[in-house]
Design a protein. Structure first.
Length: 406
């Protein structure tokens, strides 16, 4: 077993029915963000800004801990292949879109049933220890004081007699001094009656057969207190209140930024094209090539496939589809600096480059060069769109912040 992984991602999601051109633009955007990360940009900030994962973007891209079998196999294979914490994988494609994955922590798999039993026994031992019991009592006393807990006036003997009847599934004894509506305790604006006690006992009596009635009643009181305290934690824990307020303000700021800047920039086609026309000189190609980048899970597979690819590289889609996830292939126009090759490679049309090992995982790549282009050629709007959106967002943000200062 591979264990369990804590990871973060930035997702560039495909829209339903996305065209090849739209997917290519998304790929270029993912590549740009990946280059920014490798260049030292903060992953959490980029996740909050760019990720289409509506859950994890709020936590800097961090996902729930997962094991094998929960997500897309390509996603999992890439995530678990990262060799150390904080490594970031190159963008990968799944049916959902393009993902940039960062490893946060790998938790090794438990080795045996005995280890699982030992862990559970230790956990139970700690939970039942004197120190834990003391900590629970101290916490309960503190919560009682904070919430103003008061025991009501009633006849204890009548309560225990009624409790015996409840535990034996009998009706409550008829007694005017203790009815279903008799109040047992209060705190804040809450009152808890014999009826509440009866409902609690009905639920838990099977699990508490070896406990005294007094102990079960204490558990009942403490649960009601703790439930209220948890639901009103902001009122009783200043540190937590500050964190919640900070979170709310951060979320509010994010929503405003999302609406006024990021979404607007991505959706404002006319504004983007106008900005592109005004700033065309910024969007030039470096020396580049039409190429297909092949990425394999192992050097052995890469060498085995080399003769086939040299014989007919145009079948690159079929090679990838027939590989059962062992080969990924990406065809586009790439700047030569984006192509994974050994130093001092002499690029020529028809070249299938030497194998290079990818730094972030154990995969290997080589590239088939179809056509070369000199540096300085103008990127058309489609090819520049990812860069234009980023720059346009920056302009909108500057304008918005200037308006706020007025």
């Amino acid at each position: 077993s591979s264990g369990r992984l804590r990871a973060a991602q930035i997702l560039f999601a495909f829209k339903p029915g996305a065209s090849d051109a739209q997917k290519m633009a998304l790929k270029q955007r993912a590549d740009s963000v990946y280059k920014a990360i490798i260049g030292g940009a903060d992953f959490k900030t980029l996740a909050a800004t760019f990720s289409d994962d509506n859950i994890s973007y709020q936590t800097g891209g961090e996902m729930m801990e997962f094991g094998v079998g929960k997500y897309d196999p390509v996603f999992e294979k890439t995530a678990f292949a990262l060799s150390k914490d904080n490594d970031v994988a190159q963008p990968i494609e799944t049916s959902f879109g393009y993902h940039i994955i960062k490893r946060l922590e790998l938790k090794p798999a438990l080795k045996s049933i005995e280890v699982t039993r030992d862990r559970d026994a230790l956990r139970q031992q700690v939970y039942q220890s004197d120190r834990m019991e003391y900590a629970r009592r101290t916490q309960n006393t503190k919560i009682k004081q904070q919430l103003g807990y008061k025991k009501a006036v009633y006849n204890d003997a009548l309560l225990w007699r009624a409790t015996d009847s409840i535990l034996r599934n009998r009706p409550l004894p008829a007694n005017a001094a203790l009815t279903a509506n008799t109040v047992l305790f209060t705190f804040k604006d809450k009152k808890f009656t014999v009826k509440d006690w009866q409902e609690y006992l009905t639920i838990v009596k099977g699990a508490k057969v070896n406990l005294s009635k007094e102990t079960i009643f204490d558990d009942f009181v403490n649960q009601k207190l703790f439930d209220y305290y948890r639901d009103h934690l902001v009122d009783y824990n200043p540190d937590f209140a500050f964190q919640v307020e900070e979170f709310r303000e951060g979320n509010l700021l994010f929503e405003v930024m999302q609406r006024k800047i990021w979404d607007k920039a991505a959706a404002d086609s006319a504004g983007l094209k106008k900005y592109y026309e005004q700033q065309k000189e910024k969007y030039k190609w470096e020396a580049s090539a039409d190429a297909v980048i092949f990425t394999f899970v192992s050097a052995e597979l890469a060498e085995k496939m080399r003769p086939k690819i040299e014989a007919d590289w145009k079948l690159w889609v079929k090679y990838a589809e027939d590989s059962d996830g062992q080969l990924q292939a990406d065809s586009s126009r790439f700047e030569l600096s984006q192509i994974p090759v050994p130093d001092r490679t002499n690029f020529q049309p028809g070249l299938l480059t030497a194998i290079t090992k990818n730094e972030n995982d154990n995969s290997v790549s080589y590239t088939y060069i179809i056509k070369l282009y000199p540096a300085g050629e103008q990127r058309d709007f489609r090819a520049a769109r990812g860069f234009v959106i980023n720059d346009y967002q920056t302009e909108l943000e500057k304008t918005w912040l200037a308006e706020l200062k007025k």
